[in-house]
Design a protein around this ligand. Structure first.
Ligand code: BES
Ligand code: MN
Ligand code: MN
Length: 459
C-alpha cells in the first residue's frame, strides 16, 4: 500500500501542485469585505474538486457569513467515520511590500510553496482532498469520510457553532481529523495534543474631548497614549507573569512527569532566536520555551495606535488611544471569565483624567486531546510509517476554537495531525509550505485511514 501511494504521488506530482496553486490564487481573505466574492469562489473551487474526487452529496452550505463546504462518502454504515475539518479562508496578506513574490501568485523557491494560505490552511486542506482522491482511485478507502471545510476560521468561526448544532446527525462521526497545526521539524514529526484558547479585546482610552496643543496643555492633562502605555506595562510583573488578579486560578498545572515529557521534544534555542533575528528569548520565569508556548497562558498587545502617526511631527496631546490585546488561554481557563477578569482589572488601572472602554472580540476555549485513543494511535502509526520515526505528542500554542466546540456539541474528540512548521510564516509575509510537507501529508493521510479502520475493527 505504501509504495502504491508513493508511486501515485510521484506520477501526479505536477498536477497535485498545479491544483493547489489554483486554490492559492484565489484571495479568500475572510477579514476584508473587499474579497467577499473571492471567498465564495474558493468554496466553489473546493466543492468542485471534492466532487471530482468522488465525494457524494457535496454542498456549499450557506451561513450568515461565508459558506461551509460539506461532502461525504459512506462506503459502509457499519464502518467508522472520519470527519475532516479545515478552512479555506486565509489571513490578510498585508503588508504586501514585504512579500518577495506576490501573496496570491504562488511560486516554489528552495522547495517551498510561497503564498498566503500555503500552509494555513489551504495546503493542508488540499492534502486531504488529494489523499481522498488516491483512496478512491485505488480502492483504498477503509472507512467512511465526511468533509467540512469552513470559510471563517481566521475571523473566529462565528457561524460554525450554529451550523454544527443544526446538523448534528449529518456531522455524526467517530473522530475529527484536522491538519491545521505544525510539527516540530521535518525529521521530528509531532502531533499536537492540545491547543490554547483565546480571549481577544479592544481597549479605548479617552482623555480630553479633543486633540490638544501639547505645549499649551501638556503637563496639566492626562495623555491617553501615555496612560495606555503605563496601563499595558502593568499587565506583567518582573517575572513575566500576568498581574490580572485571579487570572491563573483555573490554570491546570502539569505534573513533573508531564512537563518532562513535553520537554523531551528537541528545541534548538539558538536556531529559534536566529530565525527571528533576536538576541534573547523572554517569557514567564521558571518555564521553558516549549512550556511558555504550550501550557502557559499569555497576554500580548497585537496593535496599538492613537495620536499623530503621519509624516514629520505634530505637537499634539491626543484625545484617544487604542489597543488590541489578546490572551492565549490554557486548560481549564475559560475565555469569557478571562475577558471579564481583564476588563475589570484594566479599568482599575486607569489614572485620573481618562475613561476606559473594553470591547470583547471573538474568543475560543483551550483543549487537550487524548493521546491514548484509537484515532491518536492511528495518526501516530501513520506518521511512523511515512516519516520512519514515531511522532512526539506536543502542545500547540495557536488556537482552533472549533475543536472545543466539536467536543461540546458533537461529543467528538479531534486528532491534530498537522504537517506545517512553526517557521512557515503563518499570518506573516512570505508564508510558505514545504513541497515535502504537502506531499508527505498526502502520503500519510491514507495510512491514517488504514490504521484507524484496522484499530477500530480490533477494538
Ligand atoms: N491554524 C491556525 C492555528 C494554529 C497554528 C495552531 C499553528 C497551532 C499551530 C489557525 O488558523 C489560527 O490562526 N487560529 C487563530 C485563532 C482564530 C480565532 C483567529 C489563532 O491561533 O490566532
Ligand atoms: Mn489555520
Ligand atoms: Mn490561521
Amino acid at each position: 500500500m505504501m509504495s502504491q501511494v508513493k508511486t501515485y504521488i510521484e506520477t501526479n506530482q505536477q498536477r497535485l501542485l498545479d491544483e493547489l496553486f489554483d486554490l492559492l490564487r484565489i484571495p479568500s481573505v475572510s477579514a476584508n469585505p473587499d474579497f467577499h466574492d473571492d471567498v465564495f469562489e474558493a468554496a466553489q473551487y473546493l466543492a468542485e474538486r471534492l466532487s471530482e474526487a468522488g465525494l457524494d452529496e457535496v454542498e456549499i452550505c450557506p451561513t450568515d457569513g461565508y459558506p461551509i463546504v460539506y461532502g461525504q462518502k459512506i462506503i459502509d454504515p457499519s464502518l467508522p467515520t472520519v470527519l475532516v475539518y479545515g478552512h479555506y479562508d486565509v489571513q490578510p496578506a498585508d503588508p504586501y511590500e514585504l512579500w518577495h513574490s506576490p501573496p496570491f501568485e504562488p511560486e516554489i523557491r528552495d522547495g517551498k510553496i510561497y503564498a498566503r494560505g500555503a500552509c494555513d490552511d489551504k495546503g493542508q486542506v488540499y492534502m486531504h482532498v488529494k489523499a481522498f482522491e488516491y483512496m478512491m482511485t485505488h480502492q483504498a478507502l477503509a472507512c467512511n469520510v465526511k468533509f467540512m471545510i469552513e470559510g471563517e476560521e481566521e475571523v473566529g468561526s462565528a457561524n460554525l457553532g450554529t451550523f454544527v448544532r443544526n446538523n448534528r446527525s449529518k456531522l455524526s462521526a467517530d473522530v475529527v481529523l484536522i491538519s491545521d497545526t505544525s510539527m516540530i521539524a521535518n525529521d521530528v514529526p509531532s502531533i499536537d495534543s492540545g491547543l490554547r484558547g483565546l480571549s481577544y479585546v479592544e481597549v479605548e482610552v479617552t482623555g480630553p474631548n479633543r486633540d490638544l496643543h501639547s505645549g499649551v496643555y501638556g503637563g496639566a492633562v492626562t495623555n491617553p497614549v501615555n496612560a495606555l502605555c503605563s496601563m499595558i506595562a502593568r499587565l506583567h510583573d518582573e517575572q513575566g507573569r500576568i498581574t490580572i488578579p485571579g487570572f491563573y486560578d483555573d490554570v491546570q498545572n502539569l505534573s513533573d512527569t508531564e512537563r518532562k515529557e513535553l520537554n523531551r521534544a528537541p528545541l534548538d534555542e539558538k536556531a529559534y532566536r536566529q530565525d527571528l533575528g533576536i538576541d534573547a528569548l523572554h517569557g514567564e520565569e521558571g518555564y521553558t520555551t516549549l512550556e511558555r508556548t504550550g501550557i502557559r497562558p499569555t497576554l500580548d498587545v497585537n496593535g496599538i495606535w492613537g495620536g499623530y502617526t503621519g509624516e514629520g511631527s505634530k505637537t499634539v496631546l491626543p484625545s484617544k488611544a487604542f489597543a488590541k490585546i489578546s490572551m492565549r488561554l490554557v486548560p481549564n481557563q475559560n475565555s469569557h471569565s478571562a475577558t471579564e477578569l481583564f476588563a475589570s482589572y484594566f479599568k482599575s488601572l486607569a489614572p485620573a483624567g481618562v475613561r476606559v472602554e473594553v470591547r470583547p472580540h471573538h474568543g475560543g476555549e483551550p483543549v487537550v486531546t487524548p493521546t491514548d485513543s484509537i484515532a491518536y494511535r492511528a495518526a501516530s502509526q501513520a506518521m511512523q510509517d511515512t516519516f520512519g520515526v514515531m511522532p512526539i505528542p506536543t502542545r500547540g500554542g495557536g488556537s482552533i476554537p472549533i475543536v472545543a466546540l466539536f467536543e461540546k456539541e458533537l461529543g467528538l474528540k479531534s486528532v491534530l495531525m498537522g504537517f506545517g512548521l512553526d517557521s512557515d510564516a503563518l499570518h506573516s509575509p512570505n508564508e510558505h509550505y514545504g513541497v515535502f510537507n504537502y506531499l508527505k501529508g498526502i502520503e500519510t493521510i491514507p495510512a491514517f485511514f488504514h490504521h484507524f479502520a484496522r484499530l477500530s475493527a480490533e477494538a
